[in-house]
Every structure is written in structure tokens, then in C-alpha cells.
Write a protein of this length. Sequence first.
Lengths: 218, 202
Amino acid sequence: MNGPHDLGGAHGFGPVIAEDNEPVFHADWEKTAFALVLALGYTGVWHIDDSRHGRERMPPADYLASSYYEIWFAGLQRLLIERGLVSEAEIDAGKSLSPPAPLTAVPAEGVMAKLMAPELYERPAPAPARFKIGDPVRARVMNPAGHTRLPRYVRGRTGRVAAIRGCHVFPDAHCGTEEEDPHWLYSVAFASDEVWGPQGRAGDEIRLDLWEPYLEPA
Amino acid sequence: MADHDHSHLSDMEIRVRALETLLTEKGYVDPAALDVFIDTYETKIGPRNGARVVARAWADADYRKWLIDDAEAAIATFGFTGRQSEHMVAVENTPGTHNMVVCTLCSCYPWAVLGLPPVWYKAPPYRARAVADPRGVLADFGVTLPETTAIRVWDSTAEVRYLVIPMRPAGTEDWSEERLAELVTRNSMIGTGLALSPETAS
């Protein structure tokens, strides 16, 4: 979706301001919001592409006015309601008003095993890779309303395949489903001046990991 | 402004606590599990992990080659595995090429080696400008590269996570891994900074 999250190349946000000796969290609620997102995610009720899509559907003005943990919290509430795990009335009341859905909490003693276990996204290839290293490729022009990981700033731009990452779960199909629909994933190099024209810089390069359905021969 | 910020935070505190109560009552979360998630990323997993990886790559040529060829396996020898670092790629800075990592679409970051990302990494100014004006971003961090150095920006659009191996500072030839690790900053492993020089570190 062409949402507020797709920020590459946007102007007007000002300089990057880094905080010296920044703490991991800035408030207790950030800790809890973070942990709730992870705890619910590990129940398996939704997956990472669902979580991302839950956040990027926040209304654009709200998204840009929110801190990242506010965005996470809003995305969590959205998914909880959409999946029927809680109702808006329950969120407003801060207590349960109906029987729970069948969902098993991750116990404290199970957390470290979950965090340390690689959750791999590479899958056996259903077909040979269409492109090889060095091939010129164009990022397709597309504007899907649903979840995608093809940023606007490279759509229609030509790059070359710099590496092949294997065959990975395809977010556009995976989101909202259990359908993994794996596709070949390529590291595609775009010249800065191909993407940004006169505001780019010859010699500089941007590399994106892009799935085969995002690409066409150039 | 301070009053506004205060009431804003209090509002979030109330809303998040209310949801925690609700989800606990429903049986969807174990409150003790929440503490483990928080403690892990506050005290156990952070950029010191990545610094150890980089220091070994500087000190040991065979390890450096392994890290570049198969970052997942090379990093896993330290026990640094798991969430948000499932598919790892290490990219090496040289006099000719400087690497910088961003996630323009959200906040993808190699948690197992760097911990949770700082606020600026997740905020619009960095996500907007890193791909379009990396030299301007570096200037915000007080870093100026030679004109002859090309910049390669890695936009983390898939589940591949990137670790930058910064250039080893001069004057550290006989240093141990432990001492070298002290020179490796978080930002140098994102590519928004350089490793500290021995003079700066002391």
C-alpha cells in the first residue's frame, strides 16, 4: 500500500537527531507495549507481515505524528480487534466482557527459546531463479492497496542483480493468510542517479532485497 | 510543551496498562513472560554483541572471510541467533566503499547483534533521507567521507539483516579482540558512524 510508512526519499522531516547515551526504552509503557507485541506474536495468532501491515494501516496523519512504540501499540490493538481476540468495548473498559478466544499464552520459561530460535523465511524453490547475478532488472510499476515490500522510490527504476538470497516467503501473498507463496529474493543494486536523477550522486548505490514478482527484465 | 508531553505519556501509560490487564485476564499473555522480553533487550542483547563479532573479524582474517561468506554461521558461533537476525549479511567498509543500513518501510534491524534500534533509526528523518541523501545524514552524525568513497545504502526490505564491518582504526595492530571491541560503536555497525580511533577511545 502507498502508506505513510513508505518514507524513502520524502522531504521535509528535518535532520536526524540522535540522543546521546540513549536508553533502550524511554518510558515504562514502551517496555510493556514492546513486550505485548512480542508475546502476542509468539502465540502464532498472526505473523510478521500481518504485524507490519497492522502498523502501516494507521491513518497517515496519525502515523507521522506518533512515536514508533505508539505505532506498535496502535497496530497491536488493530490486529487484536480484527482477529476477534478483544472488542473495542473491552479495550475501552480495560477488562474482559466476553469469553476468551482459544489462545495459549507464551509462558515466561518459554520466552528465551522463542527469542533465540531462528525463524527462517527461506523455503525450497518451487522453480529455478529467473534472473542471475549481473542481470539488468526493472522494478515493476505497481500500486497494490495491500501489503507490499516494494518501496515507491524504486518502482519503474532499473538496477542489476547483485546477489541471490534464496527463495523466501512472499509478504504480498503471506499477509492476512498462511499462504507462504515463496519466491526468489534478489539483492538489487540501483545507481543513486538512476533513482534520484540530478539529485542523486554518480557512484553511490542503493541495494534492496526484492522478490521476483517485483522485477521484470530490463 | 513539557506539560503536553507529560499528559501525553500518562495517557499512553494508562492505555497500555489497561490493555495489559485485559490481555492477562483473557489468558493471552503471561505477565512474567513480559518481564523476560523486556529484561532480555534491556540488559542482555545489545550492540556489545556486534562489537565482539567485528573485533574478531578485525583480529582474525579467517573469521573475517567466514563472516563475509556466511554471516549467519560466523555470528552464531558467539551464540548470537534468533529474532530479527535470521538471515544475516555482513558488509565491509573499505576506503572505496562505505555501507549504511536503513529500513525505509519500518524498523528492520539486526536485533541479535545490535539489540533494539535507537529512536532515530525508526523515525521519519532517517528513513526518508538515508537512501536519497546519505552524505547529508552522515553530516548530521558529524561524519564526512572522502569524495572518492562511494556509499552503498542497504534498504532492509526483506528478512535479511545487515551488519556493517567498519574499517579498523590505524594504530591498533597489536590490540587484543577485547580492546578492539571497545572501539566498535553501534553507529559504526549501522554505517552512520566510524569506529573510534585509539585516541578518541582513551
